[in-house]
Design a protein around this ligand. Sequence first.
Ligand code: ADP
Ligand code: MG
Length: 252
Amino acid sequence: MTTPAPPAPSALTAAAGSIDARKTYGIDEAAVHALDGVTVSFEPGRFTAIMGPSGSGKSTLLHCLAGLDSLTEGAVFIGETYLAELNDKQLTELRRTQVGFVFQAFNLIPTLTARENIMLPLMLGGDEGDTAWIERVIDTVGLGDRMTHRPSELSGGQQQRVAVARALASRPTIIFADEPTGNLDSNSGQEILSFMREAVDEFGQTIVMVTHDPYAASFSDRAVFLADGKIVHDMTDPDADRIIDQMKQMGH
Ligand code: ADP
Ligand code: MG
């Protein structure tokens, strides 16, 4: 047996992560441990899937990592910043500049065009952003003249592409996506997954995506499995067959 090489220096600098993260809802007999001691870190420029059965704590972990919710115990960090050390104003600023979030339900502003939706987070910060970068993102989203359309004039898949582009616009440290293909047919879902894969491969974007779909997770570089608020498995370069085997082992 050989001794494993020490990790490369770059691997020591995570884009985000948690240390013994715990989140409890309710008290006494009614207490639910949604997160029961999760320690995980996400390397920059990688696409990670978080998998696990319904109720295993996936959304709770993502919301706490993104600063949308707070832990009961433990710590989460984005880059070198521990979220618990920030006041409300600093947390809002960190979320605006360093975190992108993609929801299952798209969450676009109905009265704004696709382009305006993509630009909105930057405009709210009084920030033009990196214009060349934004043009590249808009180019990659591949909506052509539909950029002037409102969400109601776009298909679900097109709306979600806008939502991913919006998350990319500020060049955040990390993008979190909670079941981003959950409301889409398989073709539209595949387009979103390819778009996110491209953002990782071509732009070096870091993405963490919650999904319970083995096919969706097969686009990732790593799949982390949660059960009852704990990490039970961590798989590199997952493919759909290995993911399905793991899910069977977990009793689902
Ligand atoms: P997943 O996204 O994996 O389906 P969640 O993170 O949504 O799981 O939920 C994990 C556990 O925490 C579940 O048992 C769920 O019922 C519970 N839970 C989530 N949010 C709340 C809440 N706001 N109040 C009480 N319990 C909650
Ligand atoms: Mg969920």
